[in-house]
Design a protein around this ligand. Structure first.
Ligand code: WTA
Length: 647
């Protein structure tokens, strides 16, 4: 834990939207009078029919619903495009920076509006109606943002699947949401290498369970030759060219769904987190403005992928609703070399830069000389998201990238929360490296003990949020019961985050990581159960248990214990085959870093795997195993310790 405190500098405070006094006053109002507060701030977006009701929420597990602005109507794409045309039609909405450093493009609001309108009409001509699901499986290119906004324009529900997911993972998500149309590209590009998106999509669509898809829209990106199915496939460019550029936005209710985004949980398959339109947009745009102290004219860059929630809220919806210039980067931080992020900041004069601790750690390892190669004088605010940032990485980011002038906003939130819940505000919050600091307006965190008692003062416990906020997820797509079970049954009357946290004497929150069986690999959520079920699906595997293990760059790595069928012999070839198998079943992000053969797993007499023990062994903390006497066969523990994978 770092003891350093970085007070708000006068220079930042002077120009900031929110200073200390304003934060205190607004926070107070937001929790004492949420209806008044959110009623006022709900007006920051354009409504077709203004809302008269602000909030209608019940956390009662027998009758659970979450509604904000429920009688208002709007269109999300009109909020991100049309309403800016008069004032900033010629301003850049999106700066696209390609994987190849010689490729970049500026797209104005006017141009983006036309592209979205054309594609929205094209989707309509393919039979996509309000409420239909559209799966987007694209690289980080402008067509991804266009696709999201085109769906929003006609009231269709998009579900983005990260381009790094395998055909199997893609198929599962298409099947779960029953998508009518899938949008992909011939290929993606990452670090100069092609990613076979169309081929993956073809494979996904050939799965027996995938029956709903009528059309596959293909963006020509690298120009690679690809197989073509005349009855099903259409070129994005062709249908956009043929469509009218005039597409009046469809009026939707505040509580109509905007998107479904699949995320990993502690059990079962990934769940479709459903966000709706009105409250989500109010919350995404408001947090974007205040957390990043966004000012008119700023160039803002979030390095996430639109396949994750960060890309939804803080590359597309939040920034565009605010009329910002948002940068979309197709590539990776290490290509062509480790100065790429900083060169891009220099090239586009980025003012606000938002990235993940895993990227910081990887670049830190390459050395500060790569940062010195670029002129970073345009930077004003830095951000971090996805996992706890270790104080060492924070200090490096602050010193070498921020030159000790740029505040770092360490933003804690989740796919489920729609937007940032705990974070410093640049002009208001003194910083402590490694702490996400204080709650955003309207957010009331609490720490509970195992019995659900609220703990007071400086303490540590399970992090819950006491009351609803407009950006909160509304349900699990197609499974409201799972929504209730996952988030509202562990503790009564509050939203359970799945994270643990410590609160210090200043009321600052320090997220300590997941308290459930979710691991966080390079800022990406992975359910241990998902990796386990991929492993046991292999014909030679009898049983598997997966845990997270500390990893220098990724934050957490994946450590798998595998028990083979009785007639199978362990070998290095089989180990490699199993790692490959998991990549194929889920995607490269789920590759086990370590795979240990385990003739037996530590189980209780009732057959429950004791993951606590497996975690300790994986972390080389086998002198702290605690009580193993309740195990059915305590002997397996020594065997596992002796056969640890060297790290
Ligand atoms: C973790 C990403 C510490 C946390 C927006 C959370 C963080 C999970 C932070 C959600 C942070 C995210 N400090 N931990 N600043 N941000 N996390 O759904 O464990 O991909 O529950 O959303 O990431 O991951 P998700």
């Amino acid at each position: 834990m770092s003891a350093n405190v970085y007070p708000v500098s006068d220079e930042i405070a002077k120009g900031a939207l929110i200073d200390k006094a304003k934060y205190d006053a607004m926070y107070k109002q937001s929790v004492e009078d949420p209806e008044g507060f959110w009623g006022e701030h709900g007006k920051r977006i354009d409504w077709i029919k203004p809302f008269t009701k602000v909030k209608n929420v019940s956390y009662d597990p027998h009758n659970l619903y979450i509604k904000w602005y429920e009688d208002g109507t709007l269109n999300v794409s009109a909020n991100c495009l049309d309403r800016h045309l008069e004032k900033r039609g010629d301003q850049t909405a999106i700066i696209f920076e390609g994987d190849d450093p010689s490729v970049s493009e500026h797209i104005t609001y006017k141009d983006l509006h036309e592209r979205v309108s054309r594609f929205a009409n094209a989707l309509k001509s393919l039979g996509v109606n309000k409420g239909d699901r559209v799966v987007i499986y694209l690289p980080m290119i402008p067509a991804a943002a266009v696709s999201m906004l085109a769906c929003a324009r006609i009231g269709a529900i998009h579900s983005i699947v990260f381009g790094g997911f395998s055909p199997e993972a893609l198929a599962g998500r298409i099947e779960d949401c029953g998508a009518k149309v899938v949008i992909t590209a011939d290929e993606g590009l990452r670090g100069g290498r092609g990613v076979a998106l169309k081929r993956n999509a073809d494979e996904a669509l050939s799965h027996a369970g995938v029956k709903s898809v009528e059309k596959l829209v293909v963006v020509k990106h690298t120009g690679k030759d690809i197989p073509w199915n005349d009855a099903r496939d259409v070129w994005y460019q062709d249908i956009c060219d043929a469509a009218s550029p005039d597409c009046p936005p469809t009026e939707v209710n505040a509580e109509d769904p905007l998107f479904v985004l699949y995320t990993s949980g502690s059990t079962g398959k990934p769940k479709g987190v459903l966000h709706t339109s009105g409250g989500y947009l109010v919350y995404a745009s408001m947090t974007h403005q205040y957390v990043f102290d966004y000012h008119e004219g700023d160039v803002y860059w979030c390095t996430a992928d639109v396949g994750w929630v960060t890309g939804h809220s803080y590359i597309v919806y939040g920034p565009l609703a605010n009329g910002a210039t948002t940068l979309m980067f197709e590539g990776v931080p290490s290509y062509p070399d480790a100065s790429r992020f900083w060169k891009v900041c220099e090239k586009h004069k980025v003012n606000i830069f938002y990235t993940a601790p895993t990227a910081i750690r990887a670049l830190m390892r390459e050395g500060a000389e790569w940062v010195e190669k670029a002129d970073l004088s345009s930077l004003r605010i830095l951000g971090s998201v996805g996992e706890p940032i270790n104080p060492e990485a924070w200090e490096w980011y602050h010193e070498h990238v921020g030159k000790r002038k740029c505040p770092i906003v360490d933003t804690w939130w989740q796919t489920e929360t729609g937007g940032i819940l705990i974070s410093p505000l640049p002009g208001a919050t003194d910083l402590k490296p490694g702490s996400a600091t204080l709650p955003f307006f309207g957010v009331e965190p609490a720490l509970l003990d195992h019995e659900g008692n609220e703990l007071e003062g400086a303490t540590e416990g399970s992090l819950v949020i006491k009351y609803s906020w407009p950006g909160q997820m509304r349900t699990v797509y197609g499974d409201h019961e799972r929504f209730i079970q996952t988030y509202f049954s562990t503790f009564a009357g509050v939203y359970t985050t799945g994270d643990g946290a410590r609160r210090d004497e200043d009321g600052y929150y320090w997220i300590t990581g997941r308290v459930d069986d979710v691991i966080n690999v390079s800022g990406h959520r992975m359910g241990t159960a998902e990796v386990e079920s991929a492993l046991v699906a292999h014909p030679k595997v009898a049983e598997a248990a997966v845990v997270g293990v500390p990893h220098d760059i990724k934050g957490q790595g994946i450590y798998a214990y595998v028990t083979l069928n009785a007639d199978e012999e362990p070998s290095d070839e089989l180990r490699a085959e199993l790692v490959k198998w998991v990549r194929k079943e889920i995607g490269p992000i789920a590759s086990p870093d370590y795979l240990q053969w385990s003739p037996g797993l530590p189980k209780t007499r009732s057959g429950k795997i004791m993951r606590r023990i497996l975690r300790k062994i994986a972390a080389n903390e086998y002198d702290q195993l605690g009580d193993t006497s309740t195990l059915a066969d305590p002997g397996v523990v020594n065997d596992l310790i002796d056969n640890r994978q060297n790290r």
